[in-house]
Design a protein around this ligand. Structure first.
Ligand SMILES: Cc1cc2nc3c(=O)[nH]c(=O)nc-3n(C[C@H](O)[C@H](O)[C@H](O)COP(=O)(O)OP(=O)(O)OC[C@H]3O[C@@H](n4cnc5c(N)ncnc54)[C@H](O)[C@@H]3O)c2cc1C
Length: 286
């Protein structure tokens, strides 16, 4: 099924059996391979292809940035409107072939702890726009912060009959932005962990500080209470010899509870996350 509009897609989505939304297919094709290996099949008609729906494409907006859910990573990276940390994360996804097909909406709806777009989206307080059809066939939209959308590993708050239409990133200004992904290689590597941070330092004072850690738990870790504790602090107080940075690192250390798995150990994840945080705090203090 290849709908040409959002309304048509949502009508088809209400069909029985319910078709599976297919954006770039980079995740679904891996899953289909596993289904085949298990000796089962899935027909093309079971999928709802999203690539021809104009409402799900593009990036635009003034102040806040609106990104269509079916925009692929190559399109995102190429846009001057793409927020810097999201671009950094997108550049680290797969390799060019995956970035040409894989979409931001697919990355979000996949709800993998290693989804690389997620830490910047948490950091930027992204709001998701979910579309459905009302009883009279009219388009309905509901808005949900990304933190409330991702409920756990591969679990989201997407309702029956809903599609992720777009996301919005509110305007914010930062003087410092940092992003790092640790993987086994530079390309085609699932994250062992990732770290995104942004701060606004004005007149020597910290006006805004945010940090998000990916692949260290079922969901991205962001601790607003720790972030708030830095509001108004003197940036110089984060210098190497000072206690403030140590306190912040200790506070995050208590919240970071990564696991051991085939990609990395809990100890590696924790150590690298806290070192990246420490580097970032020293940068703010320098
Ligand atoms: C070789 C390889 C390397 C990879 N490397 C990385 C990497 O480095 N970092 C990373 O984060 N990921 C990586 N991935 C995973 C994948 O490419 C990304 O998660 C990608 O963003 C998925 O997007 P997609 O459009 O291909 O999703 P799809 O496969 O089309 O869909 C994924 C899921 O989202 C649902 N979905 C998609 N769009 C919507 C929508 N608009 N509304 C509702 N549901 C929707 C689908 O039904 C499906 O459940 C890699 C995958 C492969 C095969």
């Amino acid at each position: 099924m290849v709908p040409e509009s959002l309304t048509e897609a949502l009508k088809l989505l209400a069909g029985t059996p319910r078709p599976v939304p297919f954006a770039g297919g980079t995740e679904l094709m891996v899953q289909a391979g596993k289904i085949r290996e298990a000796g089962k099949t899935k027909e093309a008609g079971d999928y709802l292809f999203l690539h021809r729906i104009p409402e799900l494409q593009g990036i635009g907006g003034e102040g806040r940035v609106r990104i269509g859910a079916a925009l692929n990573f190559a399109g995102l990276i190429g846009s001057p409107l793409c927020p810097p940390l999201l671009r950094r994360a997108a550049l680290g996804i797969g390799a060019p072939g995956i970035r040409n097909l894989g979409t931001i909406g697919g990355n979000i709806c996949n709800a993998s702890p290693a989804g690389d777009s997620l830490p910047p989206l948490y950091l930027y307080d992204a709001v998701l726009i979910l579309a459905s059809l009302g009883k009279g066939g009219e388009l309905l939209y509901r808005r949900l912060p990304i933190e409330d959308f991702i409920l756990g590993v591969r679990k989201t708050a997407l309702g029956e009959g809903e599609l992720l239409a777009a996301l919005e990133i509110p305007a914010a200004s930062f003087s410092h932005e940092a992003y790092e992904k640790a993987g086994a290689r530079k390309a085609q590597a699932v994250s062992k962990l990732s770290f995104a941070a942004a701060a606004l330092v004005e007149g020597g004072l910290i006006r805004d500080f945010r940090a998000a850690f990916g692949a260290v738990g079922p969901r991205v870790l962001r601790c607003r209470d720790i972030e708030d504790s830095l509001q108004g602090a003197e940036a110089a107080a984060l210098g190497e010899e000072n206690n403030l940075a140590g306190e912040i690192i200790r506070a995050y250390g208590e919240r970071l509870r990564p696991i051991d798995d085939q990609r990395s150990t809990a100890e590696y994840r924790r150590t690298v996350c806290l070192r990246l945080l420490g580097n970032c705090l020293r940068w703010l203090g320098s």
